[in-house]
Write a protein that binds this ligand. Structure first.
Ligand SMILES: CC(C)(COP(=O)(O)OP(=O)(O)OC[C@H]1O[C@@H](n2cnc3c(N)ncnc32)[C@H](O)[C@@H]1OP(=O)(O)O)[C@@H](O)C(=O)NCCC(=O)NCCS
Length: 308
């Protein structure tokens, strides 16, 4: 018999193995390549970051007799919504309704609080698309995952147009970051910004752009860890501001390969990314169950902490 229960810190090693095995098996089987090139235990990063942000907000589905965990997922309650984090099922159990059972638990949690659920799901993964879609989620925005190996000496090209100034974010930027994201995408998650700016692990970096009136015009976060080398989340009022923030982050990854998600309808920004040398590696969709407002600017989502 399989039973659902809250995830405990003592499960983290097993869940890290599950995240690695499940994700890599699915991608290897369906798309011919793995996602994680790190060690399986490096995927403890997801458990640790999520536990620091939202203690106890994970579920596992496990065999009652053996204790073996066959499914896991995290969720993140925020002021305006609940985000759903990485969902994984053991490959031996794909298609047996495991993810559906965990998802229904998180839906009950959100419904009891009258909050929408938001997540990012791969547009190349019909299993996850269908899972969420059958449970009442609708796709909202399309994003292009782009990958680039940044030269050791940093980006070589300079754009022919002027870009807004960018600087490292400071703790005093917290409020402005929150207000800006709320204005642009209608979501609020102060806890996440505090976490990025405190940066106790040293993995995170946040840059901001302040306009001539002294107001935040955009911010962009990145994480640099073997299990996750990603630029995002971030929002900006316009494409040029986001390009300035993206260039600043890319230079930080000099000599490394990094992934970032751009809105598919941000033509100028995507053209700039091609110009820099980025290539498409996947497509993702925002999926929302419940109400969401149209985006009023540029959003770069990410997977940890899941934004959408
Ligand atoms: C995506 C993943 C979590 C799905 O887990 P799972 O336990 O196999 O999924 P379930 O069996 O609970 O649910 C899949 C649902 O989609 C439905 N489905 C699958 N393919 C479908 C299709 N092409 N059209 C319509 N429905 C489809 C199934 O019928 C099922 O719905 P039902 O329970 O109402 O019958 C699993 O494949 C996995 O772990 N993949 C690797 C990691 C990953 O991609 N995670 C998702 C990140 S967001």
């Amino acid at each position: 018999m399989l039973a659902i229960r809250p995830m405990l810190p003592s499960d983290f090693n097993e869940v890290a193995e599950l995240i690695y095995l499940s994700t890599n098996s699915w991608y290897q089987q369906k798309l011919g390549h793995p996602i994680f090139s790190c060690e399986p235990q490096d995927c403890r990063l997801f458990c640790e970051v999520y536990e620091e942000l939202d203690p106890g907000c994970g579920f596992v589905l496990a065999h009652e007799e053996t204790g073996l965990i066959v499914g896991s997922c995290f969720y993140h309650p925020r002021e305006t919504h609940v985000s759903l984090g990485i969902m994984n099922v053991h490959p031996n159990y794909f298609g047996h309704g495991i993810a559906g059972k965990i998802l229904r638990e998180i839906i009950s949690y959100a419904e009891a609080r009258d909050l929408p659920i938001r997540l990012i799901s791969s547009a190349l993964n019909l299993d996850s698309y269908s899972l969420y879609n059958r449970h009442g989620f609708s796709p909202a925005n399309l994003y292009q995952d782009m990958i680039i190996s940044v030269p050791r000496e940093g980006l070589s090209d300079e754009p022919s147009y002027e870009l807004p100034a960018v600087r490292e974010a400071e703790p005093s930027d917290l409020l402005a970051m929150g207000q800006l994201e709320f204005e642009i995408s209608g979501i609020s998650r102060e806890k996440d910004y505090c976490y990025f700016l405190e940066n106790t692990s040293g993995n995170w970096r946040t840059v901001v752009s302040i306009d001539e009136n002294g107001e935040a015009a955009g911010f962009l976060v990145s994480i640099d860890n073997p299990a996750s080398r990603l630029i995002g989340p971030g929002v900006a009022r316009n494409e040029k501001t986001m390009e300035a923030l993206l260039r600043a982050q890319l230079n930080h990854f000099a000599g490394q390969t990094v992934v970032f998600l751009l809105p598919a309808d941000a033509g100028g920004l995507i053209a700039a990314a091609y110009q820099i040398g980025a290539r498409n590696c996947e497509l993702h969709l925002t999926q929302v169950r419940g109400i969401s407002q149209p985006v009023n600017g540029i959003v770069m989502p990410t997977f940890m902490p899941e934004t959408a």
